[in-house]
Design a binder for this molecule. Sequence first.
Ligand code: ZN
Length: 315
Amino acid sequence: MSAAFPAALLPPQLHVFVRDWLSANNILLKSRDGHVLIDSGYVRHAPLTLALLAGARGLGDAPLAFLVNTHCHSDHVGGNAAIVRRYGCPVAVPAAEAPLVERWDQKALLYDYCDQQIERFAVDHVLPAGTTHVWGELEWQALAAPGHDMGALVFHNAEHRILISGDALWEHGFGFVMPPEVDPEALPATRATIEMLAGLDIRIVLPGHGEPFTDVAGALDRARKRIVAFEADSLRVARHALKVNLMFALLDQQRMRLDGMPAYVARVGLYRDFNALFFRLPPARLAELLMGELEKAGAARRSGDWLVPSAGDAP
Ligand SMILES: [Zn+2]
């Protein structure tokens, strides 16, 4: 965990490895009964995930007993296969996600459909919503948190009032949501999940991305405002989904050729389908629109022949 968040607010057996937007945070729950890890990052970062786990703040030489995922998007399960190879531990995923993983539905799981990389892994246990689990000597209730991912779970510890929220709630928003034309359940479920979380007693949120935070009311308020804006304009929902997916691809690839962008949005399923449904633009114009959005947000810029994350220069 970075210096920005006082670790003293958390029980000592709980450690958060704050990662980035390409890799979800990893939460380690230590116990004499066996150490448990929640979420494993993106496949490209698997070597770093293993190094963090084996480090002084991690397991050292100790074994890992159990790997749990909040949901099965590529940035949360990308290290699963590598961790299983290293530690031989079983993997548990939300019960609603397990059939998708078992049949390796790369469209529903948003893997190749969104041009995201992944190493295949197997499910050993399923976690039904409403069940309680003792991890790190703490009791965690698994709660259904559909919306961004319709099968996602969050984990709530009532004693210390901690929420492990995955992508259901961040300090500033939540993971992208499918527009009503694609999944009519997604936005209503997102709203219901935020209201469910508002009914829990939470002191600290350990989100899937970003630092742990304590201004829970503020985060819920921002989430509600975003939902209201999304409900008023499904084109905005669609544009947001494409924008964040393109940013993810850019972070993954580090740079993308500008002259390859029209072919990219014509080839990758999510962009192709959303363009047909919402935008109906020539691929070059859709690519231009999305790159413009990333530039406007200060997330990316053009450098020579390349689109690059704003922090990076084309080599
Ligand atoms: Zn996600």
